[in-house]
Write a protein that binds this ligand. Structure first.
Ligand code: 6GU
Length: 241
């Protein structure tokens, strides 16, 4: 397949949704390869220990470098980009998803506890690109749920994964604005009517209305996005909305 994804985790059952629905179908159709690996397969001791107390003290446990080192030696290859989910990472965005969709091999290394001994990442970076990434400003217990989100964001950009190829990049963020509201039948539901412009058949007016809805929604919910639009992305009418 054009893209292979491997995930190393102490909770492989958390990644089972990767075999379901849209992603499962993409795997069956050969558009994507997915492997999930139990980190404890690389332990040597009877307790299958993957963590230890942090140097310098403090709460929590740190994942041991020897186990991770051997796991990544086996799972990573010539063409690997290593991705480490952590709330201390750089933000994962739609731009990151687009970049990952052009890679040949992604390996996600899921840390639990207080994270992975930093030397594991320093060592891996001697051989491959390594990204520490966060999916938002909140704290999860481990990287597994973040991997589910990132893999879905990447997979839907791969050729053939979505039914309708125009829809993938015509969403929120493709033009830097939030998508506005959508409606389907019936025309009136619980005394709420569909905005009449959408039933007008005037496609110039419909496009203009959708653009205005995107702009006002973005202004109220995500003013930070408007600040970061590329120069020249708003026309005269947009600026009046
Ligand atoms: Cl990528 N991992 C964890 N553990 N927590 C997070 C996160 C990632 N992104 C936001 N919170």
């Amino acid at each position: 397949p054009p893209l292979r994804i491997d995930v190393v985790t102490i909770f492989p059952e958390y990644l089972e949704p990767l075999r379901a629905a849209l992603l499962g179908r993409a795997v069956e159709r050969g558009l994507l390869g997915i492997g999930v690996h139990d980190l404890r397969d690389w332990t040597h001791d009877v307790h299958r220990a993957v963590d230890d107390a942090p140097y310098g003290g403090g709460p929590g446990m740190v994942m041991k470098p020897q186990v991770w080192g051997e796991a990544l030696d086996d799972v990573c290859g010539e063409h690997t980009r290593l991705v480490v989910p952590t709330p201390a990472g750089r933000p994962f965005t739609q731009q990151t998803a687009r970049e990952y969709a052009t890679e040949r091999h992604l390996v996600f290394a899921c840390g639990r506890y207080e994270g992975i001994d930093q030397r594991v990442l320093t060592d891996a970076a001697r051989r491959m690109p390594v990204d520490e990434v966060s999916i938002g400003d909140f704290v999860l217990v481990g990287g597994e749920v973040a991997v589910l989100a990132m893999v879905e964001a990447v997979a839907r950009l791969l050729p053939g994964v979505l039914g309708n190829p125009v829809s993938a990049e015509q969403d929120s963020f493709s033009d830097g604005l939030l998508e506005g509201p959508s409606y389907t039948r019936p025309e009136v539901w619980r005394d709420l009517a569909v905005p009449p412009v959408l039933r007008s058949g005037n496609h110039a007016r419909i496009d203009r209305w959708r653009r205005d809805e995107s702009l006002t929604r973005t202004f109220h919910r995500r003013p930070d996005l408007l600040e970061r639009l590329p120069e020249g992305s708003l026309d005269k009418h947009d600026r009046e909305v």
